[in-house]
Design a protein around this ligand. Structure first.
Ligand code: NAD
Length: 499
């Protein structure tokens, strides 16, 4: 999709109307308490609007509406093709409102317009459409039990799903969850991240316009404590699907255990390695993609390659090229299409990234690029892409997910050590391998414990491939692909004797 000029995006921003109410039982409503929370623009620190701040009573209403809708079959009882047609209308409306949604996402999250206008909005619509298209492609099974037995394995929607979303890809994560949840006939209560609720609330209005029946999709904005935890403990929610931090993911498992043993699907953090072996002829491409893998979305990306493990024989050459390529990752006003990077999500998160930068220096890592807060005069929260060299396994920077534009460069001596270092983490979401030896690349792809391995590129795959984490990067969950549709269904065996 072509880009418009900064002035045109600013004009859209000036005219934008914010959707600030919860969606419960088909109606956009204030919270029962009347409470609101403030949404700020991270690029200016200026208030955007006030949003309904929901609590337990609002969640109860949303869950009751979702349950009623599920039971009476207004969505769960439709044929997959009927659901598909309505979801296609929903996608059509997202596409029809593309520019407004792209600007809204940039204002609310600090993401650069060149991403929201070229990736996030289109990918959200494409994702929902892909899962809708798959709705009538999932087949049930019959087993070979004998001629007087009809032995069927069928899949049924799981019921009422609670979807708790993060702030780093607000629309896209909503799409990754809503596509398969709705395509398979469930009802859902969505809690957007408090820092980025606006695009989800606008999508809620579009969903109603598209004809998704009342009560099937509910959106309850609010805090992790007042809404997220209530969803996690709710006795009438059948499954929670979550993308966010490992810390909160753990509490969801505990709260499932304390309540109704609801299913829990977790997409969590990462400390993802990018391994560069000495036989790589095209080091320019490796350096260019490694910079993208580290800094895209301000490094606020669960699959960001935040540990570069480079072979000692090419370390100096690679580092020089990597620093050069990092200079392309310019930082500035998110509404200006010339910038590849926008603002950090909020002041406390910016401060925590700056603290980790200071710790890395104190622990002996060598700062070779960036390291500072910049553009302070804007009132916004901007940090330069930052590269530390000479990082060793014992340093905090080698272990902790910083979730910002900070990368650790580490050195390995051979393939075995590279694999050991890549696996030396509690996480296992993604890894990139750079090697021109196909045998080595495949050996390493098998040996590294992560849900997605990209070879000679940085990629999370596409809609056809599952995305999720090994180890503490996830819990059973896979977004995208037919695996995502399946995980929002329960298996049922029907065993019938025929006389
Ligand atoms: P977070 O865990 O702080 O918040 C995620 C959501 O959980 C928010 O909606 C928040 O309000 C809610 N929440 C907070 N406390 C809660 C509680 N006690 N009970 C229930 N809900 C609660 O995460 P974040 O800061 O929004 O997102 C960043 C994290 O997400 C990073 O760790 C990143 O790696 C991870 N992430 C993972 C993936 C993936 O697919 N694996 C994708 C994107 C982001």
């Amino acid at each position: 999709m072509g880009m418009m000029a900064k002035a045109q995006y600013q004009e859209i921003a000036r005219k934008i109307r914010y959707s600030t109410d919860a969606l419960i039982d088909g109606k956009m409503v204030r919270s029962l308490s009347g409470n609101t929370f403030t949404s700020y623009n991270p690029a200016t620190g200026v208030k955007l609007t006030e949003i309904a701040s929901c609590g337990a009573a609002d969640v109860d209403l949303a869950v009751a509406a979702a349950r009623k809708a599920f039971q009476d079959g207004r969505w769960s009882g439709k044929t997959p093709v009927q659901r598909k047609e309505i979801l296609f209308k929903f996608c059509g409306l997202i596409r029809a409102n593309h520019d407004e949604l792209a600007v809204l996402e940039a204002l609310d999250s600090g993401k650069p317009i060149r991403d929201t206008a070229q990736i996030d909005v289109a990918e959200t619509a494409n994702c929902i459409a892909w899962h809708a298209e798959a709705a009538d492609k999932l087949e049930d099974q019959m087993t070979a039990a004998g001629s007087n037995i009809v032995s069927m394995i069928v899949r049924e929607p799981i019921g009422v799903v609670g979807a708790i979303l993060p702030w780093n890809f607000p629309m896209m994560m909503a799409g990754w969850k809503l596509g398969p949840i709705l395509a398979t006939g469930n009802s859902v209560v969505v809690k957007p991240a408090q820092l980025t609720s606006l695009t989800m609330l606008r999508m809620a209005e579009l969903a109603m316009e598209a004809g998704i029946p009342e009560g099937v999709l509910n959106v309850v904005p609010g805090s992790g404590k007042n809404v997220g935890e209530v969803i996690a403990l709710h006795p009438d929610i059948d499954l929670i699907t979550f993308t966010g931090s490992t810390v909160v993911g753990r509490t969801l498992l505990e709260n499932s255990g304390k309540s109704n043993l609801k299913r829990v699907l977790l997409e969590l953090g990462g400390k993802n390695p990018c391994v560069v072996m000495p036989n790589v002829a095209d080091l320019d491409t490796a350096a260019e993609e490694a910079a993208m893998a580290a800094f895209w979305n301000m490094g606020e990306n669960c699959s960001a390659n935040s540990r570069i493990i480079v072979h000692k024989d090419i370390r100096d050459r690679f580092l020089e090229k990597f620093i050069e390529k990092t200079k392309d990752w310019t930082v500035g006003d998110p509404l200006d299409p010339q910038y590849k990077l926008g603002a950090i999500i909020e002041k406390p998160h910016m401060e925590s990234i700056l603290k980790e930068i200071a710790i890395a220096g104190k622990e002996g890592a060598r700062l070779v690029y960036g390291g500072n807060r910049i553009l302070q005069e804007t009132g916004g929260y901007f940090i330069e892409p930052t590269i530390f060299d000479n990082v060793t396994a014992d340093m905090t920077l080698a272990k902790k997910e910083i979730f910002g534009p900070v990368v650790a460069v580490m050195t390995c001596g051979n393939e075995e050590e590279a694999v050991r270092m890549a696996n030396d983490t509690e996480y296992g979401l993604h890894a990139s391998i750079w090697s021109d030896d196909v045998h080595q690349a495949h050996r390493m792809a098998r040996a590294i414990r992560a849900g997605t391995i990209s070879v000679n590129c940085f990629s999370e795959g596409d809609m056809t491939t599952p995305f999720g984490g090994f180890k503490q990067s996830g819990f059973f969950s896979r977004d995208k692909s037919l695996w995502a549709n399946r995980q929002y269904t329960e298996l049922k065996t029907i065993w019938m004797t025929v006389r």
